[in-house]
Design a protein around this ligand. Structure first.
Ligand code: FMN
Length: 206
């Protein structure tokens, strides 16, 4: 349990009550809560346990103002007490891939992980393997929204920004791929009720 949440929501409650929130209560998020959101997101699964995701946490009005410019002026960036940038760094993943082998597997696991990644991605160019890395980071991005809601926080996922401007602002390498920006805080508006396709509309059962 975190500093401010009185009861963690069930996964069902978190998913049902999550909605995009663009106006937030003007109070900082306790560091322990932010850390817990990041920790839970980092428990997302990834192929070969690659964990390509990386996070940047911004809680600085000046940086948020610049980030808002990079996001075409969208107000939720400066209205939120914090913004988490979720991105993938496939080059860092490849350079340090032994870290992602389970310790229980020992040297064999570390060597196997190196061999697998060099074999699969060694011949690909940076953009090609970067796209694969992004597909993994998107899983953590989804986990993060649900984790935040489960702890009593609200978010709005965002892809409306200029990636190069965001990278320049945060000093991120050119090769990283941004899964999204995630303003986070406590809701000061209700947001919109869900409007979704029915299961029947989108599903074939075999
Ligand atoms: C990948 C992604 C990118 C999005 N980008 C933006 C954005 O740039 N600005 C914004 O206001 N909302 C953005 N949204 C929020 C969507 O409009 C919202 O999730 C959708 O309308 C469903 O509403 P709900 O989140 O309240 O259920 C984005 C959502 C996703 C998943």
């Amino acid at each position: 349990m975190t500093a401010t949440a009185t009861r963690a929501l069930t996964v069902t409650e978190a998913i049902e009550t999550r909605r995009s929130i663009r106006k937030f209560v003007q109070e900082p998020i306790p560091a322990a809560d932010l850390h817990e959101v990041l920790r839970l997101a980092s428990l997302a699964p990834s192929a070969w346990n690659a964990q390509t995701w990386r996070f940047a946490v911004i809680q600085n009005p000046e940086v948020q103002a610049k980030l808002q410019e990079a996001a075409y002026g969208q107000g939720q960036i400066t209205n939120a007490p914090a913004v988490i940038v979720v991105y993938s760094d496939m080059e860092d993943t490849l350079n340090t891939v032994e870290e992602t082998a389970h310790p229980g597997m020992g040297d064999a696991g570390r060597n196997g992980q190196r061999k697998t990644f060099d074999g699969v991605f060694g011949a690909q160019d940076v953009a090609q393997r970067g796209a694969w890395g992004l597909s993994q980071a998107n899983i953590a991005f989804g986990f993060m929204m649900v984790a935040a809601r489960g702890l009593g926080y609200d978010t709005v996922p965002m892809l409306g920004f200029n990636p190069q401007q965001v990278k320049d602002l945060l000093g991120l390498p050119a090769h990283v791929q941004i899964a999204g920006l995630l303003p986070i805080g406590k809701r000061a508006e209700e947001g919109f009720p869900h409007h979704r396709h029915s299961v029947e509309r989108i599903t074939k059962f075999y």
